[in-house]
Design a protein around this ligand. Structure first.
Ligand code: SF4
Length: 348
């Protein structure tokens, strides 16, 4: 049922224990995915987006990774309390995953047909014959020409875009309720990228699957997402509908991200903004707002205290002290610039 929560993650805490010390990679992250919707999780490399999502189904290497707190409810089941064996049957059967690089995710020594049928035989308990029929059906659903012939071929006989289609076929073969797509189009050229995104969109409608899209690319997000979570330094900086984020971004980091996206069809040329500085070292997480050293609005309070989530109307939340009523004078200055970012914030 649309609007009903399928996945509900609360206060997730994940650390990695390395020889150099503890990296607090995910610091109290909460998000949810409704049935039938696409949630995009965006942010720079190392912001914790992949770790946050992969931790929900314990896909991170443990050790050195450790889930130190939080709850993950999926379709009414508490995934954090599940045994590895039970979780294995959820992964693949109820939650499908597409990784960034299909060449390393696919087994080069097995035909693609066998890689699709494996999951069907294991999770759906289909006979070899039934699994083969379903696998050929899936190859044709992801628009791979000559699916019967392609079923017998190896990954190296497919182009990059076709391999990503095979990954999508594998991930969706058991009719999962949720599909996790981690940078699904990175490394593909622009036209193939557009085809893969169109394919994901049409399959979502056909199969009624919810999607979590993990990406650093706001162009990809604008094509698919219903709601967006923007992450920075292991925390959620801003969350809201696509409209909230693209047209009414309120967090200085989100605004800076939007200003750094090139828009080819804009009539007036503008300078692309590179966000100065680098994200903080999560070996020693900052006491206050992690964006403070790069933020032109930083106030004294930002350095010493973490901002909470301020409500900005509907499902829009912003973790920034500028949203505090006491920061009205700073916000006024901020509003003029936010309007500017919003005017350019449309989908590329
Ligand atoms: Fe900038 Fe302060 Fe907001 Fe952080 S809390 S983004 S430093 S204004």
């Amino acid at each position: 049922m649309a609007g009903e929560r399928l996945l509900d993650v609360k206060n997730l805490e994940v650390s990695f224990y390395t020889y150099a010390g503890k990296v607090h990679a995910v610091r109290g992250v909460s998000f949810h995915v409704n049935r039938g919707e696409t949630l995009a999780i965006v942010g720079e490399s190392g912001c914790g987006k992949t770790v946050s999502v992969q931790s929900t189904i314990k896909l991170i290497p443990m050790p050195p990774g450790k889930i130190e707190g939080g709850t993950v409810l999926f379709d009414g089941k508490d995934l954090t309390a599940m045994s590895d064996r039970d979780l294995q049957s959820v992964r693949g059967a109820e939650i499908g995953v597409i990784f960034q690089d299909p060449m390393t995710s696919l087994n080069p020594t097995m035909t693609v047909g066998r890689q699709i049928t494996e999951g069907l035989i294991k999770h759906q308990r289909l006979s070899a014959q039934e699994a083969k029929r379903r696998a050929i059906e899936m190859l044709s659903l992801v628009e791979i020409p000559n699916p019967k012939e392609r079923f017998r071929q190896y990954p190296h006989q497919f182009s990059g875009g076709m391999r990503q289609r095979v990954m999508i076929a594998i991930a969706l073969s058991c009719n999962p309720k949720l599909l996790i797509a981690d940078e699904p189009t990175t490394g593909l050229d622009v036209t193939i990228q557009a085809q893969i995104l169109d394919l994901m969109k049409s399959l979502q409608t056909k199969l009624d699957t919810s999607i979590i899209l993990i990406t650093h690319d706001l162009g990809v997000v604008s094509k698919l997402a219903d709601r967006i979570v923007v992450m920075y330094a292991g925390k959620v900086a801003e969350a809201g509908t696509s409209e909230d984020i693209f047209y009414n971004a309120l967090h200085p980091y989100t605004q800076a991200l939007l200003k750094s996206v090139p828009r080819l069809h804009e009539e007036t040329k503008r300078e692309l903004l590179a966000i100065p500085g680098t994200p903080p070292d999560l070996f020693v997480p900052p006491k206050g707002c992690a964006f403070a050293p790069r933020c032109s609005y930083a106030m004294r309070v930002c350095l010493d205290h973490q901002p909470g989530d301020f409500a900005a109307g509907g499902s829009h939340t912003v973790a920034c002290w500028l949203m505090d009523p006491r920061a009205a004078h700073v916000r006024e200055r901020h509003a003029g610039r936010a309007e500017d970012a919003g005017a350019r914030g449309g989908a590329s």
